[in-house]
Design a protein around this ligand. Structure first.
Ligand code: MOS
Length: 750
């Protein structure tokens, strides 16, 4: 009941390697027929509906709520406010590690940002709960909202985690700028963006005594289980979370959100199952966002176009009660060689919900600025932008001086440029027009994202009939985990994908680690690989110690799994079926666990990043300033490709976000109220089909022997990087205008 599995798909090959095959999504039919169960699709018997009331002010105090009127509304069962909210076992304001963010769980009457939950109304129907929440008619004592990056309360943020120090440098930037024959100095601004996954945050919660059953989207089952167990004072084993599918997460579902916890609390208080789902406008506040940045970039150039210095000082924003900051400057640590590089940060405290990881956190905002600045530097040097990037190519990771575990970026440049037709691009801006008279421009950007892995576990079982069962609590946000991980799982046992049952998506299974940092396939995949290796080793012990087995005494030469058989490594014709080994041993099944983690020695020795090159063509109406991206070609090298169909799809999705970053996405914050004025999908613009040009993603071959045994680097986030800058640079090339504030709009080009 609590385990979710996908079994065979007979269309796919039975034997041989599953890794590398462009299999279609194994849950695809379920999704397109509406039979895949997302969290909010669950309706346990007796379920109530909870609706949040959220603050309409940015800062101040709730003075009164008309609780009596809300309670009197037909169908309303409970109204939860700071006055009657039961105590929690753990302080939601506590921060016991840097990744534990404060949760708004009706602690008191303070309002710290617009959209903060101030009450929960629980009712028999969604309509009654919605009306009840409206009837609360809060009155506030309001203080002025602090908005915008010019704010007064500045702090130097602590590290968000390893690899993001508040300051980093090599060499002497000021000396490098002094020695330069040309300098580029510019300020780039990126806006606040809000995670707008198709599926909003929500939860369906049922308590049975101390046992808690949850349907809720999460990118990290085990972490959510632990945090929720802590808040409610129950043991983690008693918290059962099902999260088989997410309609997107983008980082905002990495931690359980305040509203999700309030839904669980409502179920506890009413003694009935409760569903709480955020309305779209409620996504703009309590569940994280990408903070705005203002990045001052300085580049010094030698006579021949070499960089003498590269610096990025970033100002960003955080909330008044937490320290998350957007590590936008750090992308300057990876791509380009310079004798002097420096990055530093400061942040402004604003009356806003705490910003959070949002797809390519740091790299996305940082890349659009850095790639624009690099384009400005190339122009200052009178060089072609690709030639300039090759002139300043980092052969080793710039600040650490570590060699790269692999870096096929040159090939990305070559293949991308060839496919796009970059050669022959005139250097002069505003020199190309199409037959309709539209200004035409070509720009490029370099893409990069670190190759990360986290800790994960899996369990492998071989059953008496020789079939496999592979289990890990992984997360499918739409990226294809059900498919890619099943491919790795089957290969780990040497079986066809239809001979292995793959179970995933619940907290009752081994912890697959967080689906984030583009590291989920590597983490969960390596855990499955390790579990498979371990179970095959156990099976080999059985066979090689048994005189009746053709593998008797083959322990020294070793055995390998081939198509449901264990065979001698030195002579694959000698071996026997898994099923025969088990049956002779009188075993019904044999199982083993496996774990994955980043190898600290390899980490110490190598810099690990995925890379890519993105080329963009834009057409701009010279009279109206309207921009159309007409072509995008990206070439990416990210280690081993598990499933080229899924990988291509991830990269295209990232590139579309790059279009969004350059041209569309932007939370408009009212300076007086601090509220997001476009908190809906009609006005918070993301690209639609008509905005998405001809898109192409080239998968560049890259073997990486160091990142992990499977050679996987990850592709979830890199597509955003490079793309935004490529579009901004193409606009410059088309129009002669350099716009340094994103997104770029009509008004910037008139
Ligand atoms: Mo991602 S922002 O690591 O989910």
């Amino acid at each position: 009941m609590s385990e979710i599995s996908l079994t065979d798909d007979a269309r796919h090959m039975r034997h041989g390697s599953n890794i590398g095959q462009p299999m279609t999504r194994r849950e695809g039919v379920l999704k397109v027929t509406g039979t895949a169960t997302f969290a909010a699709d669950n309706h346990p018997p007796g379920m109530l509906y909870a609706v949040l009331a959220v603050s309409t002010i940015a800062r101040g105090r709730v003075v009164s709520l008309d609780e009596a009127t809300a309670r009197a509304h037909p169908g309303v069962v409970e109204v939860i406010t700071p006055a009657n909210r039961p105590p929690l076992a753990m302080d939601p304001d506590a921060k016991t590690n840097p990744f534990m963010f404060r949760l708004d769980l009706l602690q008191n009457d303070r309002v710290r940002y617009p959209g903060q939950p101030i009450a929960v109304v629980v009712a028999e129907t969604l309509e009654a709960a919605t009306e009840g929440a409206a009837l609360l008619a809060p009155r506030y004592e309001e203080e002025p909202a602090r908005t915008g990056l010019d704010g007064a309360e500045i702090f130097v943020p602590p590290a968000v985690g390893p690899g993001h120090p508040p300051e980093a440098k090599t060499g002497d930037v000021e000396a490098g700028l002094q020695a330069a024959v040309r300098r580029v100095e510019a300020v780039y601004e990126t806006p606040a963006q809000y995670h707008n996954a198709m599926e909003p945050h929500g939860v369906v919660a049922s308590w049975d005594g101390d046992r808690l059953s949850l349907d809720m989207p999460t990118q990290a089952l085990a972490m959510a289980q632990g945090r929720i167990a802590g808040l409610f004072g129950v043991s983690p084993e008693n918290v059962h979370i099902r999260s088989p599918y997410l309609g997107g997460g983008f980082g905002s579902k990495g931690f359980p959100s305040g509203p999700q916890v309030l839904g669980i609390l409502a179920a506890k208080m009413t003694g009935r199952p409760v569903k709480l789902v955020l309305r779209r406008e409620q996504m703009f506040g309590p569940v994280g966002h990408r903070a705005p940045t203002r990045q001052r970039i300085r580049i010094g150039l030698s006579e021949d176009g070499g960089m003498t210095a590269l610096a990025n000082h970033t100002r960003t924003a955080s909330s008044t009660f937490d320290d998350f900051f957007e590590p936008a400057a750090d992308v300057a640590h990876t791509l380009y060689a310079s004798p002097a590089i420096a990055t530093s940060y400061e942040a402004v405290r604003l009356d806003t919900g705490t910003p959070l990881f949002m797809r390519a956190p740091g790299e996305a905002s940082g890349s659009i600025a850095l790639e624009s600045a690099i384009d400005e530097a190339a122009e200052a040097a009178g060089m072609d932008p690709l030639a300039f990037r090759l002139r300043n190519y980092a052969e080793v990771e710039p600040i650490s001086n570590k060699p790269f575990s692999s870096k096929a970026l040159r090939t990305c440049y070559e293949e991308g440029a060839a496919r796009f037709g970059w050669a022959g691009r005139p250097l002069e801006p505003r020199s190309m027009r199409d037959e309709a008279g539209l200004l035409t421009g070509w720009g490029m950007g370099t893409a990069t994202f670190p190759a990360l892995m986290f800790q994960g576990k899996a369990r492998a079982t071989i059953r008496r009939d020789g079939s496999g069962l592979m289990e890990t609590g992984a997360h499918d946000m739409g990226q294809g985990a059900w498919t890619a991980l099943a491919q790795i799982a089957a290969d780990a046992l040497g079986l066809g994908i239809d001979e292995v049952e793959f179970r995933s998506g619940t907290s009752d299974l081994p912890d697959a680690g967080i689906a984030g940092g583009s590291g989920h396939t590597a983490t969960a995949g390596m855990a499955l690989h390790a579990a498979g290796t371990n179970v095959l080793a156990k099976l080999a012990e059985l066979a090689t110690a048994d005189e009746r087995s053709p593998l008797f005494a083959a322990g020294n030469v070793g055995t390998i799994a081939r198509a449901g058989r264990l065979v001698r490594r030195d002579d694959e014709s000698r071996g026997e079926r898994f099923a025969d080994i088990l049956s002779r041993a009188g075993l019904d099944r044999i199982e083993a666990d496996g774990g994955a983690a980043m190898d600290p020695a390899a980490q110490e020795a190598y810099a690990m990043h995925a890379h890519g090159a993105v080329f963009a063509e834009v057409k701009v109406d010279p009279d109206f300033g309207q921009v159309r991206v007409t072509r995008l070609v990206g070439a990416f090298a990210a280690g081993r490709v598990i499933n080229p169909r899924m990988v291509r799809s991830q990269l295209l999705g990232g590139m579309i976000w790059g279009v969004s970053f350059a041209l569309h996405e932007h939370a408009v914050v009212d300076k007086r109220s601090g509220r997001v004025m476009n908190a809906d999908l009609a006005e918070y613009h993301v690209p639609v089909n008509a905005d998405v040009p001809s898109l192409e993603a080239i998968l560049v071959h890259e073997d990486d022997p160091h990142v992990n045994a499977l050679g996987i680097k990850g592709v979830g986030e890199i597509g955003i990087t490079g793309t935004g800058g490529a579009i901004a640079n193409a606009i410059r090339h088309a129009t002669g205008k350099r716009v340094r504030r994103f997104p770029i709009g009509l008004a910037d080009l008139l």
